[in-house]
Design a protein around this ligand. Structure first.
Ligand code: SF4
Length: 275
């Protein structure tokens, strides 16, 4: 008997440029595509604005997952533990699980926006009914192609890149570089303060964690420390210029600001949140 089980095609938007470009790229290739966004409720306002822009271009709703529970629910469940690279409960609870629940036991083709010019590995679902595909890799599309897709569509780059944030995801994401914390403070002081509010002993367990390794946000926002972080950022960029024979200073700054080459010891983030 023929297997007539319907296959669903799902593209998960993160609020980042690569998944956005993939959505635009696939719009006419897979008209039945479902677009989803796993909302932590702690995203940057610019991300929500960007999703609206993408949705208008697609002419389709972007389904928000986690309608009922966001980061704070899970933060409580994990006893006030701020996530980190080594305690990364957030990606699983807020991004991966809701996605897997949304797929259920259906056969799903999951479209992932990894480019042909990068070697990032993924934190993606390994459920046997969810098959990842990588159209940019398959079609050989690299960064400049992605930028062109975004530019020519009018959707453009994610708006938070204008103030130097390199990644999508929660405003307090522990993957951000120290220079990005400084920029968050300058651009969204209210969000910086909200992030800071998590850095206190959790009343039920006494747990105390910081978002950025080795220092609290209160320490980081001191004027002398801010100046130091900015100075160190410039020095790193200059070193990069010296290493890259053919790159101009402007190109390297632009590259770092796009998040192509994080300028601190920095894990590669995760495909679910930052693609
Ligand atoms: S963006 Fe960062 S903090 Fe938010 S869920 Fe993803 S890894 Fe966790």
């Amino acid at each position: 008997m023929a297997n007539d089980k319907r296959v669903r095609h799902i593209l998960s938007l993160s609020g980042g440029k690569d998944s956005a470009a993939l959505a635009l790229y696939m719009r006419d290739r897979v008209p039945e595509m479902e677009y989803i966004f796993s909302d932590t409720r702690k995203e940057l306002p610019e991300t929500y604005e960007y999703l609206e822009r993408i949705s208008s271009y697609l002419g389709k709703e972007v389904t928000r997952l986690n309608a009922d529970v966001g980061f704070d629910h899970w933060y409580e469940m994990y006893g006030g533990m701020i996530p980190s690279n080594h305690r990364r409960w957030c990606t699983r609870a807020l991004k991966l699980k809701p996605f897997e629940q949304h797929c259920g036991s259906d056969e799903v083709v999951n479209y992932v926006g990894l480019r042909a010019d990068e070697e990032r590995s993924g934190y993606i679902s390994h459920k046997p009914n969810i098959k990842p595909v990588y159209p940019f890799k398959e079609d050989g599309l690299i960064l400049r192609d992605i930028e062109e897709i975004l530019r020519s569509s009018g959707v453009g780059m994610p708006p938070y890149t204008k103030w130097g944030r390199t990644r999508s995801g929660c405003y307090f994401c522990f993957y951000q570089q120290k220079i990005e914390w400084v920029r968050l403070k300058e651009t969204h002081p209210d969000l910086y303060d909200k992030a800071k509010a998590y850095e206190k002993p959790y009343e039920k367990t006494g747990n105390f964690f910081t978002w950025s390794q080795g220092e609290s946000l209160t320490e980081m926002e001191q004027p002398a420390r801010v100046e130091q972080i900015k100075r160190e950022h410039v020095i790193r960029i200059e070193r990069k210029v010296a290493r890259k024979e053919n790159a101009t200073l402007r190109e390297v700054f632009a590259e770092a600001d796009r998040g192509e080459q994080p300028d601190e010891d920095d894990d590669q983030g995760c495909l679910v949140c930052h693609l």
